[in-house]
Design a protein around this ligand. Structure first.
Ligand code: SF4
Length: 356
């Protein structure tokens, strides 16, 4: 197993059946036990602020500007923007996910909830039936809340909202309902990193662990491959706002499970299309070299790029090694790598459908 380039000696290693990850000992903090830890959303629930945010955000769907696309459509009366989201949440699956980063999946798994639709249009999306074709089930907010409670009852370490941005108002309402019924595990927000600051502020104090992508360093590439207009500026504003909210530290419990913080994910693409070195350099310079980065090796061609001359292949060992070198050159100190040979194992087990 390769060492994750770091200026600090790695002293903590977690081995996973499909992946190997390393976390430098310098990168985590155990929470203080007095007062006892509780997820951020409980305070917002008790004060009534969560319900108030949910009401305001729900009403704003009459002119949706939840993401940087700013479609302005009336989702309460039949309008549909790029994401195709309406007023009710549409959920494609909710299940136990064992293969996120170790502080997220831990030993009992992360409780992932996959939303249907997406603000992006990645040509290589491995979840394209959900994100682009709209597979999923329309559910009520109460049923959505039950799903979270079911995942908690199954022992999941957290609730992990996957591709959630176009359903933020519904998330606010469902978390409020679930908190009233006993939800007590942390919330993870797993996103493309294409957000607006006002939407991120609706989630301030509610999301415990942020998992934003930093996908691209070049707007033209981002638009051509993933359909995002002006991705780089939006992504950098997103990462700055999340960093403002939670800072560098990744707070773990005594079992090494995340309770608060941010982990930036970067998927290395063939032929350097993701602009890996530039993305990592920006993170270290603009945010902090102590921010945690998950450098992902798991790209494989899917959806529209099966025969693409550039994107129609996995990355090579040399390309991933260059990404690791870029991590070190940027001065980043904390993060995770993936074993190059193991990538296909994760991909094979990542995607599930279920009925509502
Ligand atoms: S969330 Fe959907 S409808 Fe709203 S601005 Fe974004 S793409 Fe458009």
């Amino acid at each position: 197993m390769r060492q994750l380039p770091s200026r600090r000696q790695t002293s903590r290693r977690i081995t996973h059946p499909a992946f190997s990850f390393q976390l430098p000992a310098s990168s985590f903090q155990h929470p203080v036990s007095d007062p006892p830890w509780e997820p951020g959303y409980l305070r917002l629930h008790r004060s009534g602020e969560l319900a108030e945010r949910a009401r305001g955000a729900g009403a704003a769907l009459a002119r949706c500007e939840l993401c940087p696309r700013g479609c302005g459509v009336d989702r309460l009366n039949g309008g549909r923007g790029v994401c195709r989201g309406a007023a009710d949440p549409v959920i494609a699956s909710w299940n136990v996910h064992p293969w996120e980063e170790p502080p997220i999946s831990g030993t009992r798994g992360s409780g992932t909830i996959f939303f249907s639709g997406c603000t992006g249009q990645c040509r290589f999306c491995q979840n394209y039936p959900i994100s682009q074709f709209g597979y999923g089930n329309r559910v009520t907010v109460d049923r959505f809340a039950e799903m979270m409670l079911e995942l908690q009852a199954r022992g999941c370490h957290n609730i992990n909202f996957v591709t959630p941005t176009h359903f933020v108002p519904q998330i606010l309402a469902a978390v409020d309902a679930a908190a009233a019924q006993g939800l007590r595990i942390p919330l993870v927000y797993n996103t493309s990193g294409y957000e607006t600051v006002p939407t991120l502020r609706l989630l301030e104090g509610l999301v415990d662990i942020w998992l934003p992508d930093a996908k691209y360093a070049d707007d033209i590439v981002a638009r051509r491959i993933s359909g995002f207009p002006d991705y780089v500026a939006a992504n950098q504003a997103t990462l700055r706002e999340i960093h403002r909210q939670v800072g560098d530290a990744l707070i773990l419990d005594t079992d090494g499970i995340a309770r608060r913080g941010m982990i930036i994910r970067h998927l290395v693409l063939p032929a350097g299309l993701a602009g890996t070195a530039e993305v990592l350099h920006w993170i270290a310079q603009a945010l902090s070299p102590r921010v945690h980065v998950s450098l992902m090796d798991q790209y494989f061609p899917a959806y529209k790029v099966l025969d693409d001359p550039v994107l129609g292949r996995k990355i090579t060992a040399e390309e991933y090694a260059a990404a690791l070198d870029a991590f070190a050159a940027a001065g980043l100190a904390n993060g995770w790598m993936q074993e190059h040979d193991a990538a296909c194992q994760l991909n094979a087990g990542r995607f599930e459908f279920c009925s509502g």
